[in-house]
Design a protein. Structure first.
Length: 178
């Protein structure tokens, strides 16, 4: 597999820019500590600070994985992040998305970010499959998967608890030939 793009990617409403230390500020940390933002993520069990976020950023150095800041095209405001974890030997890429700025929810930024990185990843030589997963109660993320042309691939029934209720984890995929 060739290396995934490490340069900025422009969508319809946003720009995905490689994450830098300057992108990690108190606002970024606050998203990860906001119970509503991380409601469907296991990040809800972790308290984050600048150091933990910078350590996460550094984990991408010298790896095939990518970490992007999601910035609005109209005003360059950072509203979230998106990751791409590449399995070079298997030709697969798993994406992860967080729209941390709640005022940006429901405006199509998540879909635009997902689709922009999905298309760039699938255009990378050697990438044969793109994946993503979420809890079945995360309707917004499931809509993103489906609108991006992904297909339900697997379900892990009653795998995790949200508000003390068992929830399925659903996995979606799209092949480079789709």
């Amino acid at each position: 597999m060739d290396a995934l793009p490490s340069h900025s990617l422009q969508g319809q409403k946003l720009v995905l820019s490689p994450m830098h230390e300057a992108d990690i500020d108190e606002r970024h940390v606050s998203w990860l500590n906001d119970p509503q933002v991380v409601r469907f993520s296991n990040q809800r069990f972790v308290t984050h600070d600048l150091a933990s976020c910078l350590n996460y950023l550094r984990s991408f150095e010298y790896s095939p994985h990518r970490y992007f800041s999601i910035r609005r095209l109209d005003n360059d405001e950072q509203i979230g992040t998106i990751t791409a974890y590449a399995s070079v030997h298997h030709g697969t890429v798993d994406l992860g998305l967080m729209i941390g700025e709640r005022s940006a929810w429901g405006q199509g930024y998540g879909l635009d970010a997902w689709y922009t990185l999905q298309q760039a990843a699938l255009a990378t030589r050697g990438v044969r499959k793109l994946t993503g997963g979420t809890l079945a109660c995360n309707d917004g993320m499931i809509r993103i998967f489906e609108r991006a042309g992904m297909q339900l691939e697997a379900v892990r029934h009653a795998q995790e608890l949200v508000d003390n209720q068992p929830q399925d984890i659903v996995y979606y995929a799209r092949f480079s030939t789709d």
